[in-house]
Design a protein around this ligand. Structure first.
Ligand code: MP5
Length: 216
């Protein structure tokens, strides 16, 4: 079986390295990330995870029968993850009520929903795989370079757990199966979605570090 996920990753090596080298991750690993920066990420990622649930629901509606139960489990996992955000928000005095998505978070969510609603299941699944793979690799990068004790340890643990790694491995295998026998025309669209998703992921870290806001 052709390992499409490896081909996609190889083609975007430059972009992947830029994500892993992003100051948000290097500063978090050095425990030098300003609290204000991490809080912005937390608030925006809370919105992102919350809105990932309807994204998954649309994918579930389009999914082949054998994958339905996986999507149900994924959605339950997201609800638990929101709980992790709420607990840490309370511990660190971060407000999660009445949040507004910053421009990049807003655009990324629109992109997720648009892909899920308007494009094929395989295309939506590609976006899902890419986003989860970025989080696994990004937080592994933090974990592997961590100096001392992080105040944000629970987030590091969440996306570097054995369970999360197995989930991302499953996404990679399933993506490979879904893409077998696809015509070249569709693979072009898949490549484009993979890269666009990774680019949004880069900008998501950037948004937190630069404190990106709507201008007016
Ligand atoms: C994920 C996330 C991982 N939480 N935020 C962004 C911007 N990208 C990817 O998704 P999940 O569902 O939290 O594992």
């Amino acid at each position: 079986m052709k390992k499409y996920h490896e081909i996609l990753l190889k083609e975007s090596k430059d972009l992947w390295q830029a994500i892993l080298d992003h100051p948000f991750l290097t500063l978090t690993a050095k425990t030098q990330i300003p609290d204000s920066t991490f809080r912005i990420w937390m608030q925006q990622d809370y919105i992102f995870v919350r809105e990932a649930i309807p994204f998954m629901a649309v994918l579930l509606a389009k999914s082949p029968l054998p994958l339905r139960s996986n999507f149900i489990q994924i959605m339950v996992g997201l609800e638990k993850e929101l709980e992790l955000f709420r607990k840490n928000a309370q511990d660190h005095g971060v407000i999660l009520e009445n949040l507004q998505p910053a421009p990049i978070c807003h655009a990324y969510i629109q992109f997720l929903m648009n892909t899920a609603y308007r494009q094929s299941f395989e295309e939506g699944f590609t976006v899902l795989y890419t986003a989860e793979k970025v989080y696994l690799d990004s937080w592994m990068q933090v974990k592997n370079n961590l100096k001392g004790q992080s105040p944000w340890q629970e987030f590091i643990d969440n996306w570097t757990s054995e369970g999360f790694r197995q989930y991302v491995d499953w996404l990679a295998d399933t993506l490979d199966q879904l893409l077998q026998y696809k015509p070249e025309r569709e693979l072009v669209a898949i490549r484009d979605l993979f890269r666009t998703t990774a680019r949004y992921e880069y900008l998501f870290w950037e948004m937190a570090v630069k404190e990106e806001k709507w201008v007016v």
